[in-house]
Ligand binder design. Sequence first.
Ligand code: NAI
Ligand code: MG
Length: 340
Amino acid sequence: MSHHLTLLPGDGIGPEVTEAAVRVIEAAGVDVVWDRHRVIGATAVDRGRPALPPDVVDSIQERGTALKGPVTTPVGKGFTSVNVQLRQRLDLYANVRPATSLKGLDTPFEGVDLIIFRENTEGLYSGIEYFDERLDIADSIARVTKRGSERIIRFCFEYAQEHGREHVTLAHKANILKKTSGLFLDIGREVSAEFPEIEFDDRIIDNLCMQLVVNPEEYDCIVSTNLFGDLLSDLTAGLVGGLGITPGANIGDELAVFEAVHGSAPDIAGQNVANPTAMIRSAVMMLRHIGEEDAAAAIEQSVFEMYREGDALTPDVGGDATTSEFADALAERVTGMVGG
Ligand code: NAI
Ligand code: MG
């Protein structure tokens, strides 16, 4: 059976790491017909098109699932982040970002196995922003809704239940942000009562950041609002070896877009040195989502082997291989494992 999926290579290191992922999926024997859309973000704006062209949205709506590379967002000016727009337009309200220690990789901690569940459509990223030129005052409104909070918190608990996880921590700043973070925390307490078998607690975000860099092994599922979830997931990526290895998924009730936590990394773009592991592991999450468990497991096990053996690792994780050398070596292992 062939899968019809959308591929957004993105920009910066995006095309390099998504191509690596496509190769490895092919090596696993999964038959995918990709609908590729290269024109997005600055590439689209330069051609006089919207940063998020309608054909990209249409493709994902039709096919249901996408694999996406990072897209650069101009800082402090220019178009609204394509990444944020896409999550809002497609109502991909749950951003799932696991951070798990990889055996063989030398990091300060060994037993980290946690998942950040970030609310992906509202909060401080709602896009409600003003600058009053007369008064020189800037406002960015954090809009938190009961519905938005409830669905991400419920998603987190249900995920925990399905995946045999035991503990949910809600990250907030309800001591200061009494309305927005306060609402999120209240709803967390309400929803948690429906899942008595899952332990629930909450942490004020600043304290949680400190705890995470001291005792990350003690955390399991962490649910939070948009901005905090964004920050926490880069922090937890750093605990397990960096942005080169940590995957992610944007999930809604109907549609899903899989992408790494990292951005377009302009500092290393076009050099064939980016680590494609994060994108490949995002593809593993995607394969599970579309029911290709065997292929997902084969790729995942092969990634673990590569790290255990230190085979063809990229410079960010202490090796000297290129993006394509890593992809070649991985594809070969995967083919061997699926009996190709
Ligand atoms: P970044 O995540 O692109 O890079 C941060 C640092 O990590 C850089 O030193 C980079 O070289 C390194 N890095 C990231 N991914 C790597 C990989 N796969 N292998 C090896 N090293 C890697 O964050 P930065 O520089 O703050 O943002 C660059 C651009 O990316 C910005 O325009 C930002 O808006 C955009 N961005 C896009 C995202 C998306 O498309 N979902 C997510 C985050 C940022
Ligand atoms: Mg981020």
